[in-house]
Design a binder for this molecule. Structure first.
Ligand code: GAL
Ligand code: CA
Length: 353
């Protein structure tokens, strides 16, 4: 009798343990978020790092994500993609190191079971590549001029408002122009369209110098060091294709005694960049820099995550989104001009942890 109860009791204990075990397993599976395999081409690129942060923030409670740093090396990034797919990533979101590597990434995603790929920031301009895979998409900013027409118009407005900017009084803008990485889709168009916008406004400019600063502060500072010692006060406007380079130019001319006291500086050269990074906004506020063009990293990150979620749920990628996808399967977030007058809006955009 005793033995029978003992066996019954043991059976009961085992049954409870199994149920508990089973349910905790189930619970675990239910709680597990799908993996978003995300990566930026380089963490040294300020703007890309902000998109990475935006993706991480927007993924909270939606995806398990760890934004990889491609270290500006395509083979490193290829390995990262392999690892993401091996871990079971449901969607890949990447700013590729080298845009010509896009077909290889697509191949990997297809082989892993037709995993969708959302490219961002670095646009894959070869439309054949984008059309080669129905689950490849792009999220970025307005294409063609990549914000440079707005930048050009800002230069024109400032020039008209400040006759003192024409230091030599010849009616022309003496400009220096910092171009992005020539291998990047936005670099050349920005350089062309900013100058076009100045011309289209009926103004004339003289190009004292232009060269690439590779999107980077340090490179831009080196270029500017050479230009400021060569041209000094003859420079009437500094155009930078992104803020990281604008900040390098600022550091350079400040060391040469320019823009040291905001817009009240005795020696002053106006600078306008693109991106409206937080580190630039404080310089606009102090008047050390004239303005920038907001490229909305936060919204881009949110759109990437929402599209990824829709794809995982088997819905149309644009379901519930307020943006449109164009024929190149690109979703483009508009640029906005930023000066001291509307800083609050840009600050809000970058308010992320
Ligand atoms: C641009 C951005 C630059 C840099 C570049 C690199 O859109 O304005 O700051 O991030 O992309 O891909
Ligand atoms: Ca002039």
């Amino acid at each position: 009798m005793k033995r029978k109860y003992m066996i019954l009791f043991l059976c009961f204990v085992i049954a409870v343990a199994l149920t508990a075990c089973g349910s905790s397993n189930n619970g675990g599976n239910q709680d597990k978020l799908p993996i978003l395999g995300a990566g930026i081409y380089s963490a040294s690129d300020n703007f890309n790092s902000y998109i990475g942060k935006a993706i991480t923030n927007a993924s909270k409670g939606v995806f398990e994500v760890n934004v990889e740093d491609g270290q500006n090396d395509q083979s490193t990034q290829n390995n990262q993609v392999d690892t993401m797919l091996a871990k079971g990533a449901k969607v890949i979101a990447l700013s590729v190191v080298d845009v010509t590597a896009a077909p290889r990434i697509i191949e990997k995603a297809k082989e892993a079971g037709n995993v969708p790929v959302i490219f961002f920031n670095k646009e894959i301009t070869n439309s054949y590549v984008m059309q080669s895979y129905d689950r490849a998409y792009f999220v970025g900013s307005t294409g063609v001029d990549y914000g440079a027409t707005i930048q050009g118009q800002m230069i024109v407005d400032a020039w008209k408002k400040h006759p003192e900017f024409d230091k030599n009084g010849d009616g022309k803008l003496q400009i220096v122009n910092l171009i992005g990485d020539p291998g990047h889709t936005a670099a050349l168009p920005r350089s062309t369209f900013v100058k076009k916008a100045i011309k289209d406004a009926g103004l004339d400019y003289e190009l004292l110098a232009e060269d690439t600063g590779m999107w980077l502060t340090a490179n831009a500072k080196d270029k500017m060091d050479a230009w400021i010692s060569k041209f000094g006060d003859r420079i009437e406007f500094i155009i930078a294709a992104n803020d990281a380079m604008a900040l390098g130019a600022l550091a350079s001319i400040q060391a040469a005694g320019f823009n040291t006291n905001g817009k009240d500086s005795k020696k002053y050269i106006p600078i306008i960049g693109i991106d409206a990074l937080p580190e630039m906004l404080s310089k606009i506020q102090s008047g050390e820099v004239l303005g920038s063009v907001l490229q909305d990293a936060k919204t881009q990150g949110e759109v990437i995550v929402k599209m990824a979620k829709n794809l995982v749920d088997g819905k149309d990628p644009m379901d519930g989104l307020e943006y449109q996808m164009d024929k190149d399967k690109a979703v483009r977030i508009p640029y906005k001009p930023v000066t001291a007058e509307n800083l609050a809006e840009a600050k809000e955009t970058y308010a992320m942890n």
